[in-house]
Ligand binder design. Structure first.
Ligand SMILES: Nc1ncnc2c1ncn2[C@@H]1O[C@H](COP(=O)(O)OP(=O)(O)O)[C@@H](O)[C@H]1O
Ligand SMILES: [Mg+2]
Length: 374
């Protein structure tokens, strides 16, 4: 039987737990032409959520375009990636309608290649001397497409922080002014690097300043996650007690990726049994940490001694501790408050820690567990 817990790629359908409120809200925003910015730490379920909402959009006659900007390193990449995402929607699976794409793009043209098995693939060439007109061409190509189809279109830029990391804000500026004219397109911006994405939208000097509704994605509700786990075990002929489910949720701090990952391991351990045991959790946890340790070691090895010291201190922080207080600094032998402040900033920039209220926390909860067992 197939393991019912899926992790490491976006999930949908039975593998997707609840998030009814978020799905409805996001769908309503799209209907209303409200642009939104969804941010959360990595693997909290942004891509899965938009996937679910886009499935609904498709059923309701709205055309969704999903653009993964993760591999983007330059303006040229942006043009290529975006043009290709649009082309995939316009052409669908059958790529017969060559003419159609030329109606929406005037400057950007596809190049086709045929591989040995006869499959046709295509990419978009970008004229280096005409980057700006090409950007405008793809951005407005979507508008021309929406107008022609007389349909609502929604575009999701996943990992949007990549745009903010370019050397200049040229692309951001062009995007902002172009999107203002696109009244029948709802844009969804998503980002995993909170400090980068919030800077793009909350910094008055940036083109996207206060231009969109903010939609922070939180963890999944405890009851829903608990039912999800129970159901996934049950439908594969296994039972797990409420106490053990509670323990899993505590260990994973309601983080959906880790819940799926941990349950996947637990399910494998209990493959020949009908009942999940406490021991499956204990051993499963060790296995998970072991599997992740090479990634954590790689991160750890690149840190300075000071950064490591601050991370160790933060991993042990209790709710009443104040990170920059003299007691705390002394207790953890951290040196001056100003140097710790600098280190904290560098760790935020590396996306290893985040500020929640007055507290700092290590973003990856299993990295924290790994640090604690050093
Ligand atoms: N609603 C959900 N229900 C169940 N599992 C989820 C859900 N959202 C996310 N996950 C788990 O988290 C993993 C990462 O989700 P993903 O959508 O790729 O997150 P992000 O885009 O925020 O990095 C998925 O592979 C899945 O295991
Ligand atoms: Mg994602």
């Amino acid at each position: 039987m197939k393991n019912p817990f899926v992790y490491g790629k976006e999930v949908s359908g039975d593998n997707f737990c609840n998030r009814k409120r978020e799905k409805n809200e996001l769908y309503r925003d799209i209907i209303n032409g409200q642009n939104v910015i969804i941010f959360s730490q990595r693997r909290l379920g942004k891509t899965s959520l938009i996937n679910e909402v886009f499935n609904k959009c498709r059923k309701k006659g709205i055309i969704p375009i999903y653009v993964d900007l993760y591999p983007m390193l330059s303006e040229e990449d942006f043009i290529r990636i975006y043009a290709k995402s649009i082309a995939e929607v316009v052409w669908g699976k059958i790529r017969k309608k060559l003419k159609e794409i030329t109606q929406f793009f005037h400057k950007v043209r596809p190049t086709f290649t045929v591989n040995q098995t006869g499959e046709i693939s295509y990419s978009f060439d970008v004229d280096r001397k005409a980057i700006i007109p090409s950007i405008e061409d793809v951005l407005d190509g979507v508008k021309r497409y929406a107008d022609r189809k007389k349909k609502k279109v929604t575009v999701c830029f996943d990992e949007f922080q990549q745009i903010g990391q370019l050397k200049t804000d040229k692309l951001e500026k062009i995007m902002r002014s172009s999107f203002q004219k696109h009244n029948n397109i709802a844009y969804v911006f998503m980002g995993s690097k909170k400090h980068l994405i919030t800077d793009m939208f909350n910094n008055p000097n940036r083109p996207f300043y206060r231009s969109t509704k903010s939609f922070p994605l939180e963890k999944i509700n405890k009851c829903e996650l608990s039912l999800f786990i129970q159901d996934r075990f049950q439908t594969t002929g296994k039972s797990i007690s409420k106490d053990l489910i509670g323990e899993i949720l505590d260990i994973c701090e309601l983080h959906p990726y880790y819940v799926q990952y941990f349950c996947h391991i637990i399910w494998e351990r209990a493959i020949d049994r009908k009942i999940v045991k406490q021991e499956d959790l204990r051993e499963g946890l060790k296995l998970l940490l072991k599997r992740e340790s090479s990634t954590y070691e790689a991160t750890w090895d690149l840190l300075t001694v000071k950064q490591k010291q601050v991370l160790v201190a933060i991993s042990k922080v209790s709710p009443n501790d104040k990170l920059f207080s003299s007691e705390f600094l002394e207790k953890h032998n951290l040196g001056s408050a100003s140097s710790v402040q600098r280190t904290v900033r560098s760790l935020i920039n590396k996306d290893l820690i985040d500020k929640a209220g007055e507290m700092y926390m290590i973003i990856d909860i299993f990295f924290k567990k790994w640090i604690l067992q050093l």
